[in-house]
Design a protein around this ligand. Sequence first.
Ligand SMILES: Cc1cc2nc3c(=O)[nH]c(=O)nc-3n(C[C@H](O)[C@H](O)[C@H](O)COP(=O)(O)OP(=O)(O)OC[C@H]3O[C@@H](n4cnc5c(N)ncnc54)[C@H](O)[C@@H]3O)c2cc1C
Length: 427
Amino acid sequence: MNTPRPDAAAALYDVLIIGGGVVGSTLACALGDGPLSVALVERGTLDGCRPGPEHDLRVSAITPASRNVFAAVGAWDAMTGWRVGPYTDMHVWDGAGGASIHFDCTELGEPELGWIVENRIVQHELLGRAGEFENVTVLESAELARAEINDVGFSVALEDGRLLQTRLLVGADGARSRVRRLAGIDTVGWDYDQHGLVCTVDTEFPHASTAWQRFLSTGPLAFLPLSDGRCSIVWSTTPEAAARLQALDAGAFESELTDAFEAQLGRVGLVSPRVAFPLRLQHARHYIGPRVVLLGDAAHTIHPLAGQGVNLGVMDAACLAECLLDGAARGRAPDSIVTLRRYERWRKGQNMLMQATMDAFKRLFGSELMPLRLARNLGLRLADNAVPVKNALARRAMGLSGDLPASARYASAGIASVRPGRRVRSE
Ligand SMILES: Cc1cc2nc3c(=O)[nH]c(=O)nc-3n(C[C@H](O)[C@H](O)[C@H](O)COP(=O)(O)OP(=O)(O)OC[C@H]3O[C@@H](n4cnc5c(N)ncnc54)[C@H](O)[C@@H]3O)c2cc1C
């Protein structure tokens, strides 16, 4: 990046977020009604992510911590107005050896473990909510083309020729982040040599508001309970097997899926197309650079086996907003290295720990070595019986323990505000 002079005609924002997916939109909302001027640049449109009458294929398991953030910014009620599928139990078992572990929200004193929600619903409500704040400008159908650092911050050119200026450029533009590339930030990581095959199915027996996961040597198979009684499945397997499963006729696919799931919910019926996503572990070497910061998939991608990807990104957004607002209250500029370092220190370690844990799980359960099979079956049985250990694991996965941002601790019912002077839309 060279250092041209700032363009006096271009609008100047304190914070310019590239990417209005779940993570970028959460950040925009969390900065809403604050002292910073914010622009959110999204390639798609609000209408384009409007939920349809049927469940969309892409769903995520949303943790209570993420729900708290969505409630704090005034978007959760609108999401529940569409459809969200609460789950109260989680059942995980080993395909080889049969040991299992069961999580039950009542053991944790919580009304649910989480919610299965379509990505479109979450994005639609957050993007829409972001546009309601006076200090936030949402630019739809807008795509970052170039960004050049200068004395003020960044000069940014959009593909349609519009020019913007910002003091802080935020990359929330997904795993193939252009912001990350423009900032020259490298990543480390590897392909899992797995694809996640996703589709929606009917099951013979009710899903019982339980998230189910069977570990197979080729990868985990998850059945996630939807609000209409159906299940969304994520079948992680080799790219070749995923291609073969996609090519099978519906009947043959249904019987393979029923067998792979040990018919836990009886016969399975396919009710949607099948789509496969390549799975990759990736971590940016740095989350920050001069006047630039990364979050969400732009900073890290993780195996979907524990449904943590988007939740980590939402925590990034809540923490970054807290750092920026705290910095502003102390008179620091948005690109202050003190503020940006605080964010990086806060999130990088936690994200790497979760990434490494999921990677270890994936490897442990993918192994067919007898000693490892015995060890993991023993481990599952021990953990299932050691209730305090099990509950500690569950609370961590639900985002209810650890160093949380204030908005993630916020419980939606009856709490007016997460920080002084900030309006929270009444729920
Ligand atoms: C099969 C599968 C299952 C998963 N299941 C779960 C789950 O159960 N729970 C969970 O927590 N996570 C899950 N994940 C992970 C989750 O989907 C991602 O972590 C999450 O979507 C990342 O959100 P993001 O906003 O960071 O990035 P993205 O969703 O990739 O959003 C990036 C946004 O930036 C925009 N954009 C990109 N480039 C530009 C540009 N140049 N200019 C303007 N806009 C741009 C895009 O249009 C997009 O809207 C799963 C992933 C897979 C593959």
